[in-house]
Design a binder for this molecule. Structure first.
Ligand code: FES
Ligand code: FES
Length: 433
């Protein structure tokens, strides 16, 4: 009898054409499987082995590099998703004044021993010095909480970063001085691994915007290049979006909207019932309402980690403006991470009064072990999906239509955790009961 034959499933292949992906300022052209992580791509396909892999679960931060100037964990980012974006690995900083200062400071303050965490630490440190030039030590430690070092005890790393921040402040005060926070073109080639494919280019330029880099390289992005993010929907500031006396410089902000196929009066009235609205998002429960104060909890599971956030928020509704603001915070009883959120929303009549747009501005801040997930575009995208699913379910309730696709499972991936956390605030966003 003939043995049965099996046809192995072919992995999906994506061709990253020249100009669709920039690595260290140079366009690259590679075939890549859809499942290939960005870390494997830069290490194995571009020969840029300065990006290290530790946990490969998005926890340790060793693989941190910059995409469009923002730190991401390359072990849980797909290379194919980086079409149309600029990737900056540790090999691409030569000629960058800030990175030069950081490297010197790491040496002076003994901020490394084995050096395995160092490429990720430096990428994060570069982000801190660029984004938070006035950060104090507490803030630096908080920002570093997503990068694990098994050797140093962090003291030297924190000192090194603090010294660079101080140095740059002094430089800024010197007459005629200018402190560069942008990456400048590199002067030397990236160090590719022997035997690997040639690195992205012989000369690695510093990070630039994708458009600038492709223009400089004479490359035209493909029409299929995905936009970096969804365009914000709201033009006017929403209630609570910017409050006097609250320093939200370090908070993340998301502007989005959902369209509901029901007139504005009907939507506004329905939004008074927070319990009904909470049911539009999975895993959430309103436990108590007392005037404007709402208490609730949300259970989340991702991978091996379980979180249970409990929180309280105060809701203020502006009847005339058909707008509102929800402000509050909560704590995960398991990881002891803390979340603060400030959500503004406004209803706008659209489609000749037949439908309603809910414009949303969500600002949030995560502290503690889960803070490591808070600076990712994936989080942003995930929260947007949560908003979309929330709108779909609310729409179904209002119109009596069959509910839309089920909301994404909270256990889908690591970023679902933060998404669900933010969703817990969204679901308490609407209504006054
Ligand atoms: Fe990517 Fe640990 S290897 S976070
Ligand atoms: Fe060894 Fe950080 S220096 S892990």
């Amino acid at each position: 009898m003939n043995a049965p034959t099996f046809t192995p499933a072919m992995p999906l292949q994506r061709k990253l054409e020249q100009g669709q992906l920039m690595v260290n300022g140079q366009p690259v052209r590679r075939d890549v499987e859809d499942r290939t992580s960005l870390a494997d791509f830069v290490r194995d396909r571009c020969g840029l082995t300065g990006t290290h892999l530790g946990c490969e679960h998005g926890v340790c931060g060793a693989c941190t590099l910059l995409v469009d100037g923002k730190p991401v964990r390359s072990c849980i980012t797909l290379a194919a998703d980086c079409e149309g974006h600029s990737v900056q690995t540790i090999e691409g900083y030569d000629g960058n004044a800030l990175m030069e200062q950081l490297r010197k400071a790491f040496t002076i303050h003994h901020a490394l021993q084995c050096g395995y965490c160092t490429p990720g630490m430096l990428a994060t440190a570069h982000d801190i010095a660029t984004r938070l030039p006035d950060a104090d030590e507490k803030r630096v430690r908080l920002e570093l909480s997503g990068n694990i070092c098994r050797c140093t005890g962090y003291v030297g790393i924190v000192r090194a970063i603090m010294s660079v921040l101080a140095e740059r402040k002094e430089q800024a005060l010197m007459p005629g001085a200018s402190v560069s926070t942008t990456l400048t073109p590199a002067t030397s080639a990236p160090q590719g691994r022997a035997g690997a494919e040639p690195a992205a280019s012989a000369a690695a330029a510093g990070w630039q915007s994708f458009e600038a880099a492709t223009a400089a390289a004479g490359a035209v992005p493909s029409a299929s290049v995905a936009p970096a993010s969804v365009a914000p929907a709201s033009v006017a500031p929403l209630p609570g979006a910017d409050q006097p006396g609250v320093n939200k410089k370090a908070w993340s902000r998301i502007d989005d909207h959902v369209d509901i196929q029901a007139p504005i009066d009907q939507v506004w009235e329905t939004m008074r019932d927070v319990r009904q609205l909470a049911a539009c998002l999975p895993g959430a429960e309103i436990t108590e309402t007392n005037g404007n104060t709402i208490s609730g909890r949300v259970g989340i599971k991702f991978g091996p980690i379980t979180a249970a956030f409990k929180g309280t928020a105060v809701l203020v509704r502006q009847e005339e403006e058909r707008a509102g603001n929800l402000k509050g915070g909560g704590t995960d009883s398991i990881s002891h991470s803390r979340a603060s959120a400030d959500i503004g929303y406004r209803l706008v009549s659209i489609d000749a009064g037949r439908a309603t747009r809910i414009e949303i501005t969500l600002q949030h801040m995560l502290q503690g072990p889960l803070a490591q997930f808070s600076r990712s575009n994936l989080v942003r995208d995930f929260v947007r999906r949560m908003i979309t699913d929330f709108g779909r379910n609310l729409d179904a309730r209002l119109t009596g239509a069959a509910p839309g696709a089920a909301p994404p499972a909270a256990s889908a991936n690591g970023f679902a955790l933060l998404g669900s956390l933010l969703g817990s605030w969204l679901k308490r966003l609407f209504g006054g009961k």
